[in-house]
Design a protein around this ligand. Structure first.
Ligand SMILES: C[S@@+](CC[C@H](N)C(=O)[O-])C[C@H]1O[C@@H](n2cnc3c(N)ncnc32)[C@H](O)[C@@H]1O
Length: 251
């Protein structure tokens, strides 16, 4: 099962839907951390979307490139000031390649989960490794699965209940780790409904996918302020460093 390509309706309301995240201190902190990890090198954002992070990062002088599945999201990026200057390959981050080697590849906003099989999530790690120079980092921001939030015997929970946004998660396949999120949003008086599957992924599983692809875990924080990750953390920022091929353990 491949990723669902986001359509024009969703692309048009994405920025308004996530206006809080755009404006938040978290986005500023994210840009700071990514700029620091980038050093002097160019960076690649997998699933760059409308440029929520790519644009402020580029405004700091970082050379940002992107890969993005939805041409509608890319159209939104292109319409923004500075959006035309970010090279974006339209394609699937499991396989799409761009020229060059990067000091940093990053995948934020839970988007590793939009890839809905374990094999394809492994392919994302492999693709990140292919684009990185030795010692470069692959940063993944993703929630920690909250299965315990769903009461025994139930298969769904409301995860957002705002006047303009109702979000329900259904656990559809606990073996394949597939859940669906269903959104009903009112954006500028327009009702938008969006449902998509995602594959939730455990921290230890991410680490193993990383090791299989020649990375080692350098850091895992609970947020972009680099808070300590604990058993009660609900989200994570994992920083994987690409180990040079000569330093990789013999299996
Ligand atoms: C939650 S948005 C995140 C966008 C941006 N990274 C941000 O932080 O605002 C998820 C994005 O992932 C893209 N996407 C989903 N699956 C993808 C895939 N397999 N390859 C590339 N992009 C993908 C969607 O089209 C969408 O733009």
């Amino acid at each position: 099962m491949g990723s669902v390509e986001w359509d024009r309706d969703l692309a048009e309301v994405y920025d308004a839907m996530y206006a809080d995240q755009f404006a938040s201190d978290a986005a500023d902190a994210m840009v700071e951390v990514l700029a620091e990890l980038a050093g002097d090198g160019p960076v690649l954002e997998l699933a760059v979307g409308t440029g929520r992070i790519a644009l402020p990062l580029a405004a700091k002088g970082v050379d940002v490139h992107g890969i993005e599945l939805s041409r509608h999201m890319v159209q939104q990026l292109r319409a923004k000031r500075g959006g035309g200057a970010i090279p974006v390959a339209v394609g699937d981050m499991t396989t799409a390649r761009v020229a060059g080697r990067f000091s940093l590849v990053y995948l934020v906003a839970n988007t590793i989960m939009n890839v809905t099989t374990q094999d394809e999530q492994l392919m994302v790690f492999a693709n990140a490794a292919e684009h990185l120079e030795d010692g470069g980092c692959f940063v993944v921001e993703v929630v920690v699965p909250q299965l315990h939030a769903i009461p025994p015997g139930e298969r769904s929970r409301v995860f957002t209940l705002e006047p303009n946004h109702v979000g329900i998660e259904t656990l559809d396949d606990r073996v394949g780790q597939i859940a669906w999120s269903h959104h009903w949003m009112s954006v500028d008086g327009r009702l938008v409904q969006h449902s998509a599957p995602y594959r939730y992924v455990w921290p230890s599983e991410l680490d193993l996918m990383a090791r299989i692809n020649g990375f080692r875990l350098r850091d895992r924080w609970a947020d972009w302020q680099r808070s300590t990750f604990t058993e009660s953390s609900t989200t994570q920022v994992a920083v994987f460093e690409k180990v040079s091929s000569v330093d990789q353990p013999v299996r």
